[in-house]
Design a protein around this ligand. Structure first.
Ligand SMILES: Cc1cc2nc3c(=O)[nH]c(=O)nc-3n(C[C@H](O)[C@H](O)[C@H](O)COP(=O)(O)OP(=O)(O)OC[C@H]3O[C@@H](n4cnc5c(N)ncnc54)[C@H](O)[C@@H]3O)c2cc1C
Length: 387
């Protein structure tokens, strides 16, 4: 219950992270009487994201929202060509609107949660209270969760490289059957690399519908026309000529080990991409948000200190070294991913990217790469941290 005009929790943004946390709070009776305010600037959120992730096929939690799933993946490059089953995992796709609508309906039924469409302008901690201002109103909360991503925080430093996973995707419908609905193209590096890490990502929704996404891991965005030109070229190469574009998607996901958690304070926690919950080496975020949401809901108590929530693990170091290499040699992505897929089982790779492998498995994966690539980066990194 809201006491003296102070919410227990205020969220900035009603995107993947805030809504996953709120959804989990609603399933936990410890939060039954907690008051929550969610401030969102966009009152018309629709299918602004297509979230893909892998998990055990037998897991059913996301099933009501899953639009498609695939048991097989392909990986292609100049040197590697493989198609493999990833069972017991499946690669799954959710269209964001289905998730937003579901959580908004849960919120509407719960009188302790207010969803207000106002843009957060600033916030300030005053003693044990956080004041959140929208210009129009000021709200008070015991804890504040901020999911507003701040590129400046990461870009105004040079210690950690900042790349982006950026892409344009076309949902297309073809006249003839062109796709295998059981197989997702995870990475197709057969496209011209042009000094970067560039690949195509193909997700069939049926035999004649697919999302085709031209994706880069690099520092700077391209002109919109270039992404589209590459998709058109790829379709022609695949002999897919007769199609309609039914929808488009564009995005940029931060890839950096910049420690966003430094911005946290006792009563303020940055969440989602804004909190560094995006896997820096891949841009995958959705399942990490799910995991962090579970940890956070278990962590919260009436007098917890948000500075104690985040813990750095060894995967942060692996990601940092990988990004160091890609930032300096942006053309190397195709080579590195090819080596990894040629020399390791895709299921082990998925567990590694999920940060669930053992140290022994990680050593085996590291041995896929020429020794010099990462050792040299490790030395440079250690030297830098001494200065
Ligand atoms: C197009 C796209 C596709 C993606 N696909 C995948 C994928 O397939 N798999 C995967 O794992 N990850 C994917 N990601 C990465 C990540 O999962 C998403 O970005 C995810 O939505 C991040 O959740 P979040 O809560 O951090 O941010 P968001 O979901 O972006 O939520 C932030 C919210 O804050 C609101 N907001 C912003 N500023 C203000 C303000 N001043 N006041 C109030 N509200 C504000 C925004 O409107 C938004 O609703 C994708 C990202 C994009 C952009």
């Amino acid at each position: 219950m809201k006491k003296k005009g102070v919410y227990d929790y205020i969220f900035a943004g009603a995107g993947a992270s805030s809504l996953q946390i709120v959804k989990q709070m609603l399933q936990d009776k410890r939060f039954k009487h907690k008051s929550v305010l969610i401030l969102e600037e966009n009152s018309n959120k629709t299918n602004d994201r297509t979230w893909c992730f892998w998990e055990e096929k037998s897991k059913k939690d996301w099933d009501p929202f899953v639009r498609c799933q695939w048991d097989n993946i392909t990986f292609s490059s100049d040197t590697a060509e493989l198609q493999e089953s990833i069972l017991p995992y499946a690669y799954k796709m959710i269209r964001s609107n289905a998730f937003y609508t579901y959580v908004y309906e849960l919120i509407a039924k719960n009188e302790n949660i207010d969803l207000t469409f106002e843009k957060v302008a600033s916030f300030e901690t005053q003693g044990e209270i956080v004041r959140v201002s929208t210009g129009k109103n000021t709200y008070s909360g015991a804890y504040f969760f901020n999911s507003i991503f701040d590129w400046n925080a990461a870009q105004q430093q040079s210690k950690y490289p900042v790349l982006q996973q950026h892409f344009v995707g076309w949902f297309i419908k073809t006249k003839d059957d062109c796709f295998d609905p059981n197989t997702a193209t995870f990475m197709d590096f057969s496209v011209a690399q042009k000094g970067n890490t560039r690949f195509m990502y193909v997700l069939p929704l049926s035999r004649n519908e697919a999302l085709i996404e031209y994706t880069l891991f690099s520092e700077n965005l391209l002109n919109y026309a270039e992404y589209e030109r590459e998709i058109r070229h790829y379709l022609t190469q695949k002999n897919i000529r007769n199609y309609n574009i039914t929808e488009t998607e564009q995005g940029s996901i931060p890839m950096t080990c910049y420690p966003f958690s430094r911005q946290n304070s006792k009563r303020v926690l940055h969440i989602g991409s804004a909190g560094g919950w995006t896997k820096a080496s891949t841009g995958f975020t959705f399942k990490f948000i799910e995991r962090k949401a579970t940890e956070l809901v278990a962590f919260l108590s009436d007098d917890c200190d948000m500075r104690l929530f985040e813990k750095r693990n060894r995967f942060w170091w692996y990601d940092l070294l990988f990004l160091d290499v890609l930032a300096q040699n942006n053309h190397k992505g195709s080579f590195l991913f090819s080596r990894m897929f040629q020399r390791n089982n895709p299921k082990t790779i998925l567990r590694f990217l999920d940060e669930k492998t053992s140290f022994a498995e990680e050593v085996r994966i590291m041995r896929s790469f020429p020794v010099g690539v990462f050792v040299w980066q490790l030395i440079r990194r250690l030297m830098r941290s001494l200065h």
